[in-house]
Ligand binder design. Structure first.
Ligand code: NDP
Length: 248
C-alpha cells in the first residue's frame, strides 16, 4: 500500500475512473481534475466511487489553461501534500480528414492531448526532482504509433507524447523520477462509443484478441508503473492493445 498523493487529469472519464479506482485501492490519496462547471457530474462520480469504498478528491481545472494549472497545483499541494504520482489522462478527439479539418479542431486536440501535458507536468516536476521521487505516466494511444485515418490532429498529439516522455525521462532519470507512456488500443469508453457501429465492427475484427479493451486493463498498467518498485522502468511505452500493433 502507498500513501502517496496521485493526481489524475481527466480522472472522471472512462479510463480515468478506473485509474482512480486502482490507485485508491492501492492506498494512494487520489485527486482528479475535472472541467465540469456545474459540479453535478463530478459530485455523483465521487459519490459512486465512495460507495464502493474508494475515497477520491477532485479539483476543477481546464488543463489547456496554463495559469489554471498553476493555481490547481498550488491548491492540491496545499490541501493534500506534494504530488508524487501524476497521470496525464485527459484527452479528446475531433476527427476529420486533413483536407476538411478546421483549425479550431486541430488546436483543440493539440491543446487537450499534448499542451496540457506540459501545462500540468511543469507544475510538479521541479518538486519531484527536489524530493528525489516521482512517477509521471502519460496516456498516449496506438494511433500515436501508427497514425490513423481522420486523426492527423490526434495522432500528432499522441506521437508528441512519446517524444515528451522519452526526453523528460532522460532529464529526470538520476533524480528518482520515472516518466513513461501507455498506448492503449481501442478501449470501451464514451470516446469509442462515438465510432459508428460498422467501423467499430471492422476495428474489432482487426484486433488479434478479437475484442475491445476494458478501462481496467489500462488502469492496472498505470498502477504497476506508479509503484515504488518500478523505479528502473523509465522512458518506456507500454502498449495495451490486444496485439493490434506490435513493435520492437
Ligand atoms: P473519456 O472521454 O471518457 O475521458 C476523457 C477525460 O478527459 C474526461 O474526464 C474529460 O473531462 C477530460 N477532459 C477533456 N478535456 C479536458 C480539459 N480541457 N481539461 C481537463 N480535462 C479534460 O475518454 P477515455 O477515458 O476513453 O480516454 C482517456 C484517455 O485515453 C485520453 O487521453 C484518450 O485519448 C486516451 N485513449 C483512449 C482510447 C480509447 O479507446 N478509449 C485509446 C487510446 C487512448 P470531462 O468529462 O469533464 O469533459
Amino acid at each position: 500500500m502507498s500513501s502517496r498523493v496521485a493526481l489524475v487529469t481527466g480522472g472522471n472519464g472512462g479510463i480515468g475512473t478506473e485509474v482512480c479506482r486502482h490507485l485508491a485501492a492501492a492506498g494512494y490519496r487520489v485527486v482528479s481534475t475535472c472541467v465540469d462547471p456545474d459540479r453535478e457530474n463530478v459530485e455523483s462520480w465521487q459519490r459512486e466511487l465512495e460507495a464502493e469504498g474508494h475515497s477520491v478528491h477532485w479539483v476543477q481545472c481546464n488543463v489547456t489553461d496554463f495559469a489554471a494549472c498553476q493555481a490547481m497545483a498550488e491548491q492540491v499541494e496545499a490541501e493534500h501534500g506534494p504530488v508524487e504520482v501524476l497521470v496525464n489522462v485527459a484527452g479528446i478527439t475531433r476527427d476529420a480528414f486533413l483536407h476538411k479539418l478546421d483549425k479550431v479542431d486541430w488546436d483543440a486536440v493539440i491543446n487537450v492531448n499534448l499542451n496540457s501535458v506540459y501545462n500540468v507536468t511543469r507544475q510538479f516536476v521541479d518538486g519531484m526532482r527536489k524530493r528525489g521521487y516521482g512517477r509521471v505516466i502519460n496516456i498516449s494511444s496506438v494511433n500515436g504509433q501508427t497514425g490513423q485515418f481522420g486523426q492527423t490532429n490526434y495522432s500528432a498529439a499522441k506521437a508528441g507524447l512519446h517524444g515528451f516522455t522519452m526526453a523528460l525521462a532522460k532529464e529526470t532519470a538520476r533524480k528518482g523520477v520515472t516518466v513513461n507512456s501507455i498506448s492503449p488500443g481501442y478501449i470501451d469508453t464514451v470516446m469509442t462509443a462515438a465510432i459508428p457501429d460498422e467501423v467499430r465492427e471492422q476495428i474489432v475484427g482487426s484486433v488479434p484478441a478479437g475484442r475491445m479493451g476494458r478501462p481496467d486493463e489500462v488502469a492496472r498498467v498505470v498502477a504497476f508503473l506508479a509503484a515504488d518498485e518500478s523505479e528502473y522502468i523509465t522512458g518506456a511505452n507500454i502498449p495495451v492493445n490486444g496485439g493490434l500493433f506490435t513493435s520492437f
